[in-house]
Design a protein around this ligand. Structure first.
Ligand SMILES: Cc1ncc(COP(=O)(O)O)c(C=O)c1O
Length: 441
């Protein structure tokens, strides 16, 4: 939002007048903690996690690593000292150099594509609302999704289709957990697409079972369907990517999806209450914003000039506007830099190694039913299971009370016990968790 007053303040600041508090100049970066993280023990020490526990559910909500904590604290101190100038200078200075642009560019450096195609949100949920409410759905259109997605994804679809007079439908991707195959689930999605289907909404990594979908294959299958369709009848691929981001390969844009929503406050270790939507510019251009944005100069000048906004809609029209928990939003780059410094491929390999060991260990226990596929191509950072004779709550409670292991239950109609190992965890913690479950026989 470029108000006249702000432009005035901005130009004073840009002139480098002595009036600029020194704190404002301090957008200086501390050396990233990840640079010191040459081993996994050092990575773990970047987090202030309570050492009494085995944290086997850190995807739930991020504990901030040191560089992210320090960035939040640095911005917080600036805001405490001078909220007006800090916001004017950092958020509302010229659009090319302001901090919002820097944040979007930091995300784009990791996921591929351009920062111009990123809208900033508060979490995955807000992003899904931005996408589904923004799509030009009309009566007769259908949104196709699966039976396995999170409550907020289905709610975003339900609310948007209800408002538009469109319909939605859920398709199961498998019949039994021990029969899941990539071929079958791609085929089922392809076959479920009808002539009215305009959107296919899927989840990259299911928090219901730990299943990871082969997104590239799904987007390729959709490309075949779309080849026969006129542009306005294309089926768009919308992805809830929150449990893949920060775990799986980072170049998300290259996977061929149309719109992608994720919170940065889970596996990415970004500031709590932050997230983003990436969409192809052609998709943003046909969408309609759900709520006012204060990230776009064009929207403000159109309003001030009493004219409609010009040109096709673009990502920054869609970032929910107004003042935010700025110190959190501004500290997003440090989270992405933390991952880059460690190396996304190393992170993927580590998380897969830990969780594969967990799956293999559980698969060998006759009193345990494993729901997450054993095949690495269909699994990621979560492992879902049941112990015979115990409810999932009893399993999680016993893990905590007897062993200090913090697992979770899955928040779905059919619920399982779930553990998850990230880069803060160790192979020893996996073995201890397996031993604790082994003795539940
Ligand atoms: C698959 C999935 N999607 C969305 C969400 C909601 O995420 P957020 O809190 O970032 O909105 C969750 C929560 O863990 C989830 O498991």
């Amino acid at each position: 939002m470029l108000s006249r007053r702000r432009l005035l303040v901005t130009s004073v600041l840009a002139a480098g007048a002595g009036a600029v508090p020194t704190a404002l100049a301090a957008e200086k970066k501390q050396p990233g903690g990840a640079e010191e993280a040459r081993d996994w023990g050092a990575v773990r020490r970047q987090f202030d996690l309570d050492p009494r526990y085995i944290h086997a559910g850190l995807f739930f909500l991020s504990s901030h690593p040191r560089p992210v904590r320090e960035a939040i604290e640095r911005y917080r101190r600036q805001l405490e000292a001078n909220p007006l100038h800090t916001v004017e200078h950092l958020a509302f200075s010229d659009p090319v150099n302001n901090i919002t642009t820097r944040v979007c560019n930091a995300i784009a450096t990791y996921i591929g594509g351009s920062g111009d195609d990123i809208a900033l949100t508060q979490n995955t949920t807000t992003g899904l609302g931005v996408i589904y409410q923004g799509l030009p759905l009309k009566p007769g259109d259908e949104v196709l999704t699966t039976a396995h997605d999170h409550f907020v994804h289905h709610e975003a679809i339900r609310l948007a289709t209800e408002r538009a007079g469109a319909t939605w439908r859920k398709v199961p991707l498998f019949d039994t957990y021990d029969s899941i195959s990539a071929d079958q689930l791609v085929e089922r999605l392809q076959q479920a697409i009808g002539s009215q289907t305009r959107v296919l909404g899927v989840t990259w990594v299911h928090s219901s079972s730990g299943l990871k979908l082969p997104l590239r294959r799904i987007s390729q299958a959709l490309a075949v369907v779309n080849r026969e369709r006129a542009p306005e009848r294309r089926v768009l691929l919308v992805v809830d990517g929150v449990h893949g981001l920060g775990v799986e390969e980072p170049d998300i844009v290259a996977m061929g999806v149309d719109a992608f929503s994720a919170g940065t406050h889970k596996w990415m270790f970004g500031p709590r209450g932050t997230g983003f939507v990436w969409a192809r510019p052609e998709v943003w251009s046909v969408m309609r914003p759900l709520m006012p944005s204060t990230s776009s100069a064009e929207l403000f000048y159109a309003w001030a000039g009493g004219r409609p906004p010009q040109g096709p809609a673009r990502a920054n029209w869609f970032s929910p506007g107004g003042f935010q928990a700025f110190e959190h939003h501004w500290a997003i780059p440090e989270a992405f830099e933390f991952h880059q410094a460690i190396g996304p491929q190393r992170i993927t390999e580590r998380i897969h190694a830990l969780n594969t060991r967990m799956r293999e260990g559980l698969a060998n226990m006759s009193h345990v039913t494993l729901y997450t596929p054993r095949a690495a191509e269909l699994a990621s950072g979560m492992v879902c299971f049941d112990v015979r004779g115990m409810t999932q709550q009893q399993v999680v409670q016993r893990l905590f009370e007897r062993h200090g292991i913090l697992g979770t239950t899955t928040p779905y109609a059919l619920s399982f016990a779930r553990v998850s190992f990230g880069i803060q965890n160790t192979p020893e913690e996996v073995e201890k968790t397996l031993a604790a479950i082994r003795e539940m026989v």
